[in-house]
Design a protein around this ligand. Sequence first.
Ligand code: AMP
Length: 263
Amino acid sequence: MLAQMPRPHGFVPTMGALHAGHSSLVAAARAECKTVSASIFVNPLQFAPGEDLEKYPRDFEGDIAKLEELGLDLLFSPDTAEMYPPGFSTSVDVGEMGNTYEGAVRPTHFRGVATVVAKLLTIMQPDVLFLGQKDAQQTAVLRRLVRDLGFPVEVRIVPTVRDSEGLALSSRNAYLTPQEREAAPTLYAALTAMRLLLHQGMTKDAAVAQAKSILSPLAQLDYLDLVSAKTFEPLSALQVPAFLIGAARFGKTRLLDNLWITK
Ligand code: AMP
């Protein structure tokens, strides 16, 4: 069936519980491609024991309704046994880029992401892969996967969709208590302050220190840093393209955000 679908074919991998961020990826694919497909698969390989795999939000009926409204042509929603039959043992390791920042906090995460996306690309055979900027390190890891293994696919990065207070939309926002929800936009505020300070010529260390003071006392910061958009290695001074990246815990919920710096 896939072979007969008009090309270009754009593919949007997701873990479901779809929100406006996911919709913008499907809309970007719809605008560029003749065939648009998506996957919904909560990938156990990218969750470590004790993480939120079991309680990860799921809303299959709601997701289908949203995807139909967006004009999706094809949905792939395998169960775990279909993706990982007994004896499945191959994994894709992207190297050092998968070990820092998110990879330092979640050591098996990017191996799980790279493995599932490699398998999804093989199954779906898209011409264009649509990814959200929201998960900046994931975009760098998957660009590297596509380049290193020679997948015949172009990668598009779609800007982060935010709510009116600047909080990046995320399926995990549903876990926040009302108090944490109120505090969460301070992560974005810290990143935008840091961008301004860097553009004004402040050193990275001073900008990080000042940006930290903007974070809510409810936020437990994991990292706030400036990295190369291509290699995800830390930069000591502003060089483009770069990501300003941040991750913080609000109670039990860990949120990520970033800004893409191009000038
Ligand atoms: P997930 O379902 O969390 O695995 O996300 C599926 C895709 O949607 C990934 O490429 C994410 O980066 C992207 N995504 C998630 N949240 C947003 C957002 N707020 N804006 C844009 N893309 C997003």
